[in-house]
Design a protein around this ligand. Structure first.
Ligand SMILES: [Fe+2]
Length: 327
């Protein structure tokens, strides 16, 4: 794709800062400075528990961004979405969301983003709502009774997504928006994680977005290319193919980051700590690398070759891929 400037995205997740895991978090930030990425995305769970001092990890992140600027002259664009541990006691309990996260991170840092130079669109979703405000009392009651670890993107935010993308399509940036690489940031899983691991609890349902189907539908219709998420602490990649309303095949990639720095437990011992580096070159080809740290070693690139295909032609229209047109 002509006219695009190449760039790098550094994706961290599930930092679970608790004051005792500073060393490994610092190590991941050293890698961040080394890569000097144009974009830094965090997909939630900055702290282990809302009672922790969230300003400490926030300052560490900002210092790393400043170090990138001092080293390479690049001022990284930083975007973050919250996770359940940023709001709820042990990530699971409480009837009200703790507000510290919103006081420490700025509206810009939590906001949506569009770059006509990099042809990049980023939409940030908060997936940690307790219940759907537009729901009836019974639905709210059932939702409140569930552990707060599971995810929900409320209808108001899905409407905001539609309004924001519609605004870009009506703006002078329409063509650049259509051509852009479109990424959604969210904490919870839009797709199940595949692993050979039996958790103590039958907790698959707590990992997923309660309304993953609706979220997928909106992202597919809007031709989003990639969803970045966290939550399960297992490095993960998959692709999904859906038919849109015009019966055209749409593919979306889902890259789940494991925990970057949570205190090691049995699961992390098995899968390692993780951050992802996503490179978009000026031809529009996208490659992601999972960096994994096991035991006392450092973060090293994993051997999976992850290609993410934008499938957009010069005019910004997505190329049809084996899809049949509606008759
Ligand atoms: Fe987490």
């Amino acid at each position: 794709m002509a006219g695009r400037e190449g760039f790098t995205i550094f994706h961290l997740s599930d930092i679970h800062y608790d004051g005792k895991n500073v060393e490994i978090f610092e190590l991941s930030l050293e890698h961040l400075v080394e890569f000097s990425p144009e974009y830094v995305f965090i997909t939630g769970d900055v702290v282990e528990d809302p009672k922790e001092d969230i300003t400490a990890p926030a300052e560490m992140i900002r210092e790393a961004l400043k170090a990138v600027e001092d080293k390479s002259g690049i001022t990284p664009v930083f975007r973050i979405v919250p996770g359940n541990h940023d709001f709820f006691f042990l990530g699971a309990y409480g009837i009200k969301r703790n507000g510290k996260f919103f006081r420490v991170f700025t509206e810009e840092e939590m906001g949506h983003y569009f770059s006509p130079d990099h042809l990049l669109t980023v939409f940030t979703f908060d997936s940690n709502y307790i219940y759907e405000p537009r729901g009836n009392l019974w639905r709210k009651f059932v939702q409140i009774m569930r552990p707060m670890t599971r995810g929900l993107i409320i209808e108001r935010d899905l409407d905001e997504f539609s309004d924001w993308t519609r605004g870009l399509k009506r703006s002078e940036n329409r063509n650049n928006y259509l051509k852009s690489f479109k990424i959604a940031l969210v904490h919870h899983h839009p797709m199940p994680t595949s692993y050979n691991f039996l958790p103590k609890l039958a907790d698959e349902g707590y990992m997923m977005l309660e309304n993953a189907g609706v979220v997928m539908y909106r992202l597919i219709q809007e031709e989003f290319d990639l969803i970045l998420h966290g939550h399960r602490h297992v490095p993960q990649f998959c692709r999904a193919v859906y038919f849109d309303e015009e019966n055209i095949e749409r593919e979306i990639a889902v890259l789940g980051c494991g925990s970057t720095s949570k205190k090691t437990d049995d699961k992390i011992r098995a899968v390692g700590h993780n951050f992802n580096v996503i490179k978009v070159d000026n031809n529009g080809s996208v490659t992601a690398t999972q960096y994994i740290k096991r035991g006392t070693g450092t973060f090293i690139p994993g051997d999976k070759i992850i290609k993410i295909d934008m499938k957009k032609d010069e005019g910004g229209k997505r190329k049809k891929k084996g899809g049949s047109k509606k008759r």
